[in-house]
Design a protein around this ligand. Sequence first.
Ligand SMILES: C[C@H](CCC[C@@H](C)[C@H]1CC[C@H]2[C@@H]3[C@H](O)C[C@@H]4C[C@H](O)CC[C@]4(C)[C@H]3C[C@H](O)[C@]12C)C(=O)SCCNC(=O)CCNC(=O)[C@H](O)C(C)(C)COP(=O)(O)OP(=O)(O)OC[C@H]1O[C@@H](n2cnc3c(N)ncnc32)[C@H](O)[C@@H]1OP(=O)(O)O
Length: 433
Amino acid sequence: MRHWKCFSLSQEHQKRTRIKTTTPTILCACVINPRRAVWYEVQNLKGTGSIMALAGVRVIELAGLAPAPFCGMILSDFGAKVIRVDRTKVAMTVDTQARGKQSIALNLKNPKGVAVLKRLCVQSDVVLEPYRKGVMEKMGLGPDDLLKENPRLIYARLTGYGQSGSYAKAAGHDINYLAMSGLLSMLGRSSEKPYAPLNLVADFAGGGLMCAFGIVLALLERSMSGQGQIIDASMVEGAAYVGSFMWKSRSLGLWNHPRGENLLDSGAPFYDTYRTSDGKYMAVGAIEPQFYQQLIRGLGLDDADLPAQMSVSDWPQLRETFIRVFATKTQAEWSQVFNGTDACVTPVLSLDEVLSHPHNKARGSFFKDSQGEVSPRPAPVLSRSPAEPCRSRDPFIGEHTRSVLKEYGFEQGQIDQLLSGGIVECNEAKARL
Ligand SMILES: C[C@H](CCC[C@@H](C)[C@H]1CC[C@H]2[C@@H]3[C@H](O)C[C@@H]4C[C@H](O)CC[C@]4(C)[C@H]3C[C@H](O)[C@]12C)C(=O)SCCNC(=O)CCNC(=O)[C@H](O)C(C)(C)COP(=O)(O)OP(=O)(O)OC[C@H]1O[C@@H](n2cnc3c(N)ncnc32)[C@H](O)[C@@H]1OP(=O)(O)O
């Protein structure tokens, strides 16, 4: 006979995922892992609530800089229980993507700490590691070690250069991965040096997001095969893949000119930003002729006085005209002019302005957490099981050490020993302040 085990999920997590752990007199059971079954009580079967897509999935995230934390936050937003493993003797986390996560402070330089992590991974669905190639193996936590004990484990490795190749062990950051993907060479203004668009492309799009996608694929596949697998998520490859359009649209001649002189890289005057009289900006993306006509009309220009839209040699002159005209009104005035048209002209909003824009407001695209901090709502929106981001503050390092260990079956005596030996640290006191 199979022994089912009930786990106590935190009140917050139960509320968010709309899962309630309960006794075996339940309505349905969800077996995420045969070694552990999470019993659900579906709290609202009649349709006013829903179970989040990743509810019941348990993720162990080893603390990283930015891409892995983002990956963990996506999984958490969509309902997974994410436990971040922090180092001991560290006062403050640099993880700003910690929404909905719990934190355990664990010393992995000690074999007892490694044993604790193994025990957590045996009972989890996903482990996410952001270290340089070989670091996990050195600690005895490589895929062979962990998959041997839990063959259903999804072992996600999020690195810059991947697990093989001559760069595999090299340090790097977004800008290096972007450079190696080929994309950085295409980014920037005409006659200027390549320009990295913040650390969006490699760290987040090609890194964290792509890794989350891989994890979801592996979970889906596991529901059929019953087996875990290793995900080798390289940010160079993730970024390049996100940029597939650049490779596959070369045949269209879209990138035939030098950097910054093409249709979509700020070469075309109808695909650029323009300064308004109050020092703000408007974004213009009027590519198709019918939309371009609306741009010209909105600007109060006469097409007959202008060069043809696609006359590349006339683009500098056309740009000068647009610069001059946009500088005559404020951003609000131009927004009013173009609002409700198909000219593809929008204000360039600051992070502080997005919340109050009527369109975003109507959709609830941004939300405020309990600390008053504004964040984007998780995307995309699923009709039956949308993400529901946690609104509580982010965890302190080690805030959940005790409760996580208890949940994973550690006895009180074992927890006390781990605490007194400095293998784990607990920060409940700070959380109560
Ligand atoms: C552009 C972005 C990065 C932006 C991040 C910034 C926002 C932050 C970067 C620095 C921060 C500032 C800084 O920390 C100083 C202040 C601190 C203060 O608290 C706050 C203010 C600060 C100013 C702070 C502010 C900001 O937070 C920052 C400015 C990126 O591109 S991120 C992408 C980076 N690349 C990757 O992730 C690819 C894969 N990873 C790697 O290649 C390497 O990990 C990496 C990133 C190159 C770092 O290499 P490193 O040598 O440091 O580590 P690893 O070789 O991976 O080894 C890890 C070692 O750690 C040990 N370990 C891990 N967990 C534990 C544990 N629980 N217990 C004990 N030990 C642990 C592990 O055993 C390894 O040990 P060894 O070295 O002995 O093998």
